[in-house]
Design a binder for this molecule. Structure first.
Ligand code: Z5A
Length: 215
């Protein structure tokens, strides 16, 4: 008999405004998946470790200036440079828990309201990248997120821009996303994330195919 192909891993994405808890929850989810015997890894965008990522890091920390269109394309290229590695890991059965991705890319650039860089322009370079199997959108008013530690240290961390980012996330939302109230305790939010992740992992085990943005 032909051996059955191993199940692929799931692509589970965390999105939401700054300080809503994406890093906390994505880290916790990977720990709990590993403890349950799931082969899981934490990835994040921007990936500041690559050459492109280093330029993005310098831009975010305001030590480098760049045209708004150019930095948008660089954030996108930072996902494209990792696309094949993501696809390989998923194919090898690794579940990828990802902290931010294309939706942040589109929501942030569109929120800058630069003439010509509308939502459709922002989405264009993202088309063809892998589509997540689940988006866990941590929902939280910007005013509440602002009270959490660390807000205000990087380029985009102003209340006004974050409000517009939240509005754009709302436009980008699709009905298959899981919207999670991020104002609960870390454990409450985690249990909701873990349930949604289990469901996505199960779907992938049952043969759900990888899709692409924005098909
Ligand atoms: N950006 C872009 O423009 N284009 C792109 O394509 C991409 C990104 C991918 C860097 O992102 C910037 O790049 C970001 C978007 C833009 N700009 N901004 N602004 P980043 O992911 O590197 O940003 P970050 O600074 O690492 O993460 P964050 O979004 O600011 O935070 P978070 O990950 O959502 O939250 P956290 O670090 O888990 O938690 C924040 C604090 O709250 C921390 O002290 C926690 O202990 C606390 N916390 C967390 N959960 C709770 C609960 N439930 N209760 C109480 N306190 C909590």
């Amino acid at each position: 008999a032909v051996p059955k192909a191993a199940a692929r891993g799931a692509f589970i994405l965390f999105e939401g405004v700054d300080r809503c808890g994406k890093t906390t929850q994505s880290t916790k989810l990977v720990e709990s998946l590993k403890a349950a015997g799931v082969n899981a890894e934490l990835w994040r965008y921007p990936d500041r470790t690559t050459e492109m990522g280093k330029m993005i890091n310098a831009y975010l920390q305001s030590s480098l200036d760049m045209d708004d269109g150019a930095i948008h394309l660089l954030f996108s290229a930072n996902r494209w440079e990792k696309r094949a590695a993501m696809e390989k890991a998923l194919g090898d059965g690794v579940t990828l828990v990802v902290d931010r991705y294309s939706y942040s890319g589109v929501a942030f650039t569109a929120a800058k309201e630069v003439p010509g860089l509308d939502l459709e322009w922002c989405k264009a370079p993202e088309r063809g990248l892998l589509r997540p199997d689940a988006v866990l959108y941590l929902d939280m008013p910007v005013d509440a997120a602002k009270t959490r530690g660390g807000f205000g240290e990087e380029r985009y961390e102003t209340g006004e821009l974050q409000e517009r980012v939240r509005t754009h996330f709302r436009v980008l939302r699709e009905d298959w996303w899981t919207i999670i109230d991020a104002s609960g305790t870390i454990d409450d939010v985690h249990s909701k994330c873990a349930a949604a992740a289990d469901e996505a992992i199960q779907r992938c085990r049952e043969g759900a195919e990888l899709a692409r943005l924005w098909d």
